[in-house]
Design a protein around this ligand. Structure first.
Ligand code: ADP
Ligand code: MG
Length: 277
């Protein structure tokens, strides 16, 4: 069981908004060689704004209903952007399925990331600005609409990333979002290595690969798509605003989403390891 020094570090962490589920995670944090970080909702606020969209009214109602069943930050944005749309004609007995890291599905309707629709006919030619995230609505092998959204980088993210890098932690971005947006966020934060278009199994594979190379791997994320990687990482870290599956799978929860509090905990762990060794 945990030593008094470890318990005291855990309680210090808790007072500073970071919950450790046990002594092992507190002791391991400062030994971390690599920190994989999710993008959306983790390095960014996950508070999207709908910039542009095009879809027939009936299908807009369907999409809103579908996204009401999802906890993804994009879903939140879509459900809150169209309060005036009437949902009374939507067939609500048909189940909505959330496809982790991809989108949502209801019967033949699918809403989600463009790469999912590679074999669909696409009559749209919307050209998003750099950094926008586009999602498509597809039905019967045709794209019938799109939404374009933008998010913002968390104001404290750069400092937190810089601190971890200066402490010798290799910070890498790992996201389900597109290449362009991943690159912009990585550049902005001074992250050299980024991996875009990752499915949940890709995230887990990165964690496992590095672990098999004797690296202590941390993974931070907020979504259901991150949960398997969080569960497998030596130190799984979830954002407090994240989905409940992410928080359940993690060893550490950043209650108020402040990434600098994680770095503060890293320093606590450092000090702790100097005491107990
Ligand atoms: P990240 O890894 O950056 O957190 P996610 O893996 O959560 O991103 O999502 C990857 C992509 O999947 C999003 O950029 C979006 O295109 C799509 N997506 C996921 N969930 C939804 C949803 N509920 N509605 C629409 N698109 C979604
Ligand atoms: Mg995310």
């Amino acid at each position: 069981s945990a030593t008094p020094a470890t318990l005291s570090a855990i309680s210090n962490g808790a007072n500073n908004g970071v919950l450790f589920k046990g002594g092992a995670a507190m002791e391991a944090l400062s030994t971390m060689d690599i920190l994989f970080s999710d993008k959306t909702g983790t390095l960014t606020k996950g508070e999207f704004e709908v910039i542009n969209y095009q879809i027939e009214e009936d299908y807009l109602a369907e999409v809103i209903y579908m996204e009401q069943q999802s906890s993804h930050p994009i879903a939140e944005a879509i459900t809150h952007s169209f309060p005036e749309v009437d949902l009374s004609n939507v067939n609500m007995t048909e189940p909505v399925e959330e496809v982790a890291g991809t989108g949502v599905k209801k019967g033949s309707l699918i809403v989600g990331k463009p790469s999912y629709f590679e074999n669909y006919a696409n009559p749209n030619n919307y050209q998003p600005d750099d950094g926008e995230t586009v999602i498509f609505v597809g039905k019967d092998n045709t794209i019938i609409g799109y939404f374009s959204l933008a998010d913002q980088i968390r104001q404290e993210a750069k400092r937190a990333v810089t601190n971890f890098k200066n402490s010798g932690v290799d910070v890498q971005l790992i996201t389900g979002d597109n290449e362009k947006t991943a690159k912009i966020v990585a550049n902005e934060l001074g992250i050299e290595h980024y991996h875009a278009n990752c499915l949940p199994e890709d995230k887990i594979n990165f964690v496992i690969d590095y672990q098999s190379n004797d690296q202590v791997v941390g993974m931070i994320g907020d979504g259901i798509n991150d949960a398997p990687a969080l569960a497998n990482a030596e130190i799984g870290i979830a954002m407090g605003s994240g989905s409940s599956v992410a928080m359940e799978s993690a060893d550490v929860v950043i209650v108020k989403n402040d990434l600098n509090k994680l770095y503060y905990s890293y320093e606590l762990s450092n000090r702790l390891n100097r005491i107990i060794k």
